[in-house]
Design a binder for this molecule. Structure first.
Ligand SMILES: [Zn+2]
Length: 282
């Protein structure tokens, strides 16, 4: 009987101690405070995602007209082919001017400088690349660029006359070329260039682009009257015309200048900024 009483007294004491402990804990300044709830609880595991993201799939680009010719044995034209043809291996060029002899040195070539820049990237007017790819596709033959971009040093080396110092080669808006296997048929190449503007859907109904006029002033310095529409100016250099260090080959060649920038909707004009601002490696 006495043992039973002791057991009961023990249980009551334990209960009282637990109750007191709880009440003491609530007032304990070191106890964790109950912060008011301000946001929702996140019931998310580490490996769960809110959105399902499909793995990326590489999209196939629509074929360009020149991609259709799979049997070609020439590369597709890109701006790489327009790089300056200057080289430190070219000899010093001496020009007699009245009583003094002027010395012209060539540039360091593509190892030393880039193409002209537009918005921080190397830039060649895209219409030139499109036209040359069109010719390759139509003829099945390779276009050889004899002069694409000319840096200011190489341009001076080729021709130091004042009129050449604003050449559109400096701003990658002009290209000289011939077609391998059709070297002596430059008229056919010109006809293809004219045909491009009649064939491409983007020029449909635009008379300024579809129709070409002949340039009759003598300052073109070629025996064949040049052709021009709103966007380009075409010159045909005969075997003995327009020879310079880049065009030392014995073939007639065609030159295309860009007159109008389709993307910016403005005339293409030489400027110091376009010609001289490019990357240089010393
Ligand atoms: Zn150069």
């Amino acid at each position: 009987m006495r043992a039973c009483f002791c057991l009961w007294r023990g249980l009551i004491c334990l209960s009282l101690t637990l109750l007191m402990a709880c009440s003491v804990d609530d007032k304990n300044p070191l106890a964790r405070p109950h912060l008011p709830l301000k946001g929702e609880y996140l019931y998310r595991h580490q490996n769960e995602q809110l959105f399902h993201i499909d793995p990326p799939v590489l999209a196939e680009h629509a074929a360009y007209p020149w991609d259709e010719n799979q049997d070609r044995n020439y590369p597709r034209m890109t701006k790489e082919f327009f790089r300056c043809k200057g080289s430190i291996l070219n000899p010093v060029r001496l020009v007699q001017k009245e009583k003094e002899v002027l010395r012209f040195y060539d540039c360091g070539g593509t190892q030393k400088h880039s193409l002209p820049l537009r918005e921080g990237k190397e830039f060649v007017y895209p219409i030139l690349i499109d036209l040359l790819n069109y010719i390759q596709n139509k003829t099945g033959k390779r276009v050889v660029i004899t002069c694409g971009h000319c840096c200011p040093d190489h341009n001076l080396y080729l021709d130091a006359s004042p009129s050449n110092q604003t050449s559109k080669h400096l701003i990658a808006a002009e290209v000289d070329f011939y077609v391998q296997g059709m070297e002596h048929q430059p008229e056919k190449i010109v006809n293809l260039l004219l045909g491009y503007y009649r064939e491409m859907p983007k020029y449909k109904g635009l008379k300024d682009f579809e129709e070409f006029k002949r340039y009759e002033k003598e300052d073109a310095h070629v025996s064949t009257l040049p052709w021009h529409n709103k966007e380009i100016f075409i010159k045909l250099f005969r075997k003995t015309e327009g020879r310079d260090f880049d065009n030392r080959h014995p073939y007639p060649y065609v030159s295309v200048q860009v007159r109008y920038d389709w993307d910016l909707q403005e005339k293409v004009i030489y400027s110091w900024d376009k010609a001289f601002r490019n990357f240089h490696r010393w």
